[in-house]
Write a protein that binds this ligand. Structure first.
Ligand code: RP5
Length: 197
């Protein structure tokens, strides 16, 4: 009974957040959008919930740097209209960078980039069939004119997409630039202090 209640609450939360995301997309299409400081700066998109285990690394990295962001599942193939609507409205919602991850015939980053001039960073997901080589080639081989900045396959790509987004945001945010430098410094210190036995 208790479990059923929990499940019900979980489902209703899920429904609510999906509806909320849709509402934001719809609302963002209108012309009187404000940019309050609570709005997300980065959107982390992925083609399937099965990508979340990998893409959590992007979200966690953004969290570590205190970057407001939102994460959504949408697909170039399964929800093409939602992907186009989201990309078309993203800039007016205050989003500055979009990270888009997909696997297999990975077209999400491309379709997002086709509908916005915001920087789009693509993360190829590791696939069962071809180990992510399919995703990498699908994401990276954009024809000239519509760029997608493609990162490495899988988790390293997810982390680096977030760091790349942070580097873009840091160009106009002094404190964030300092945080990024501190992060690099800590990383360097760790390597310099590594002792092998
Ligand atoms: C892509 O197909 C997704 O990005 C995912 O990486 C892959 C497999 O999706 P599922 O079949 O697991 O939903 O669209």
């Amino acid at each position: 009974m208790k479990d059923e209640k929990k499940k019900g609450a979980r489902n209703s939360r899920k429904k609510h957040s999906t509806n909320a995301a849709r509402k934001t997309v719809t609302a963002a299409s209108s012309s009187f959008i404000l940019h309050p400081s609570s709005l997300p700066l980065v959107a982390v998109l992925m083609g399937s919930k099965s990508d979340w285990e990998t893409m959590r690394a992007a979200s966690d990295t953004l969290k570590d740097f205190g970057i407001r962001h939102e994460s959504h599942v949408m697909s170039a193939h399964r929800t093409p209209k939602l992907a186009a609507e989201f990309a078309g409205a993203a800039e007016s919602r205050g989003i500055e960078v979009i990270i888009a991850a997909a696997g297999g015939a990975a077209h999400l980053a491309g379709i997002i980039a086709a509908h916005t001039t915001l920087p789009v960073l693509g993360v190829p997901m590791k696939s069962d069939a071809l180990n992510g080589l399919d995703s990498l080639l699908s994401t990276v081989q954009m024809p000239a004119g519509i760029p997608v900045g493609t990162l490495a396959i899988g988790k390293p790509g997810a982390t680096n997409a977030a760091l790349f987004a942070i580097a873009i945001l840091a160009n106009k945010r002094v404190e964030l630039k300092q945080k990024l430098k501190d992060f690099r410094g800590a990383q360097e210190k760790k390597i310099r202090e590594t002792k092998l036995d």
